[in-house]
Write a protein that binds this ligand. Structure first.
Ligand code: ADP
Length: 621
């Protein structure tokens, strides 16, 4: 429930629009009542002689004075009735008919206009506050640690931004519309019915809400069943997906029968649920109709007695009363489901606020200083690291020093901790133990922005944004001169293929744009890093199969990028390894060997020599 109030707090900046929504809601409700009320004189005009019109309005005011309404309301009502009598109910029958029809027309026009305005302002509040909520959550997303974005969470996170926000959005209209508009409509019709006959009203108010609530209950049950149905269907889909993608395994292990049984079990469950839903759904409309008819018949009977025997009501008032009663049913039904919608929205809001409330671990310390320039060295001092959901240390007491301008190659078997080590340098994670110092200052005491601004990162997953080549190269740099962009592209061996694109540097690439080859994408990301001109480069060399020419071009680009920088590279190419000042061999989170290529290859029993023979000998240099 707390999250629900928190959602409502997002509507606060739009209080003016909410105010207007209120005003139009009130006007709508009144006009809605008036348009129904007008049926009484209309019926009188059609079925009785004009003279008795006077009687009717008098009767209705007599009836109302015998009700429990306060005097001032009765006097206002009498004034309105009198004015109405004087201006509308005078003249011959046709004249009266024309006048009443005109009034009805105006009343309906106004009612619809107010309804339109009310919906507009309501939608404004809804969409504006949800825009703010999305923006808040998105802004917070950038503060969250890399670990938060594990691949299995991505779909889940996206769904929070789309589905959950939509559910929350609908709860805003549920609040303002259902909790304000519907009660107001009910009150207006209540006033009408009571003013016509309080005895009949009292009678109706016992049976109408009861029936409406039964109808609402069926609706809610149907909704719940639909949700269950969807989860069951999702289970079937996931079995299907598993079987199709794992078809080799299923066949190899002779598991066809087992999978058949599993599938049959799920389809049977689904079938049962479908039947239940169908039963409820098919029952809902006859039940609704039967209930409405019962209400109608009972009220008609009792009303008929009041008209025929008691004579406290005349026929047109009675019909007006019936109209009013039936107008009240939908709002009562809506009110019955409002609690559900709010509950649903609270659950959705919880999921969104979970993002906003996740504390970023990596943030600037209060006394953080700016790193102006990287001058001396980077020191790993007994660094250990464990992922929050992991059990063992992925890095274990790692210590080494890198001097400015050196190239450090990280090699080792897969899962050894190379990427993790590289991720600690830009502070994507903080060490669990030990410290990393840059020019003698612990990374934790530097502002994250100043630290990251000194670094360039090129990974195997080249990421290009859905925008022009030039903007992709100059990502994060505003107003960059074109010459510099071209210069970077040339150094990265990318200028030639860019020039051949339809609009050169202005060609849109990425998801919806021109498709690029792996090598071209890599050269673009290298150009991006070159333009940023960072003093520290972190590299995850691609092993992906590039064709020979591409490989040479990429290699050249990489070597130029490393020039005059301090480079950490997860090395896969022999040339890089040969050029490295120092090679660290990482196995199960420990540095088990270190030295230059020549030194390491000389260690006959070392892992490096083995790795080298397995991994690098075949790679052409
Ligand atoms: P390498 O780059 O040498 O292949 P990694 O640094 O990627 O090694 O991984 C080292 C170990 O940490 C592996 O056992 C891997 O399963 C684990 N690991 C990597 N990323 C995560 C993560 N985000 N959460 C939990 N464990 C992880």
């Amino acid at each position: 429930m707390n999250s629900y109030y928190r959602i409502l707090s997002y509507t606060k900046p739009y209080w003016k629009h909410i105010g207007l929504t209120f005003v139009f809601t009130i006007l709508f409700a009144i006009l809605n009542g008036v348009s129904v009320y007008l049926t009484i004189p209309l019926l009188d005009t059609l079925f009785q002689d004009p003279a008795s019109n006077q009687n009717i309005s008098q009767t209705s005011s007599i009836t109302s004075s015998s009700s429990f309404l306060p005097d001032w309301i009765i006097s206002i009502k009498d004034d309105i009735v009198n004015t109405f009598n004087t201006y509308i109910l005078t003249g011959d029958k046709i004249e009266i008919l024309i006048k009443i029809c005109s009034v009805i027309l105006v009343a309906f026009l106004l009612k619809n206009f107010f309804s339109y305005m009310q919906s507009y302002f309501m939608a404004y509040v809804e969409f504006a506050s949800m825009k703010d909520l999305r923006d808040d959550a998105y802004k917070h997303l950038h503060k969250l640690p890399i670990g938060y974005f594990k691949s299995e969470r991505v779909g889940n996170l996206i769904s929070r931004f789309t589905n959950d926000v939509n559910i929350v959005q609908s709860s805003i209209s549920a609040t303002f519309s259902n909790l304000i508009k519907e009660p107001l409509t009910i009150i207006v019709f209540l006033a009408i019915t009571i003013s016509i006959s309080w005895r009949l009203s009292l009678f109706a108010f016992i049976i109408v809400p009861a029936a409406s609530l039964i109808i609402a209950w069926i609706g809610n049950r149907l909704k719940k069943l639909t949700v269950v149905l969807q989860t069951k269907l999702a289970e079937i889909t996931s079995i299907l997906q598993e079987t199709i993608s794992g078809v080799k395994i299923v066949k190899a292990f002779g598991m066809e029968e087992f999978e058949n049984e599993r599938f049959k079990r799920e389809t049977k469950n689904y079938f049962k649920m479908v039947l239940r839903t169908v039963r409820t759904r098919n029952l809902s409309s006859p039940i609704t109709e039967i209930l409405s008819i019962i209400i109608g018949v009972v009220i008609i009977y009792y009303g008929g007695i009041l008209v025929l025997v008691d004579k406290s009501l005349n026929a047109s008032q009675f019909l007006g009363f019936l109209f009013a009663i039936f107008q009240m049913m939908p709002p009562i039904k809506e009110l019955g489901s409002v609690n559900n919608r709010i509950q649903e929205a609270s659950a959705a809001a919880d999921r969104i606020f979970e993002i906003i409330d996740t504390e970023p671990h990596i943030k600037n310390a209060p006394d953080a200083v700016t790193l102006n320039e990287f001058k001396e060295d980077i020191v790993f001092d007994n660094v250990s690291f464990k992922y929050s959901d992991g059990e063992v240390n992925v890095l274990d007491n790692v210590s080494f020093t890198v001097k400015r301008g050196e190239i450090i190659a990280l090699v080792g078997p897969s899962g050894g901790g190379k990427s993790t080590l590289a991720d600690l340098i830009p502070r994507f994670y903080d060490p669990t133990d030990g410290s990393i110092l840059i020019d003698g200052i612990n990374l934790k005491h530097l502002t994250v922005e100043s630290l990251r601004s000194k670094m360039g990162i090129v990974t195997q997953e080249t990421f290009l944004f859905n925008t022009t080549v030039a903007e992709n190269i100059a990502y994060g740099l505003t107003d960059y001169p074109m010459e510099k962009i071209i210069e970077a592209a040339k150094t990265a061996n990318a200028h030639n293929f860019i020039s051949e694109m339809p609009q050169g540097y202005e060609t849109v690439i990425g998801e919806r744009g021109v498709k690029l080859s792996g090598g071209q994408r890599q050269r673009l990301t290298i150009a991006r890093a070159l333009l940023k001109d960072p003093s520290i480069m972190i590299f995850d060399e691609a092993t992906s199969a590039l064709d020979n020419e591409s490989e040479i071009l990429v290699q050249e680009a990489i070597e130029r990028l490393m020039l005059n920088r301090t480079t950490f590279v997860i090395a896969h190419r022999l040339s890089t390894i040969r050029n490295a000042t120092n090679i660290l061999v990482l196995d199960r989170g420990r540095i088990i060997q270190r030295g230059t290529h020549e030194e390491l290859i000389a260690e006959e029993k070392g892992l490096y020599k083995k790795l080298f023979e397995m991994q690098f000998r075949d790679n052409n240099d």
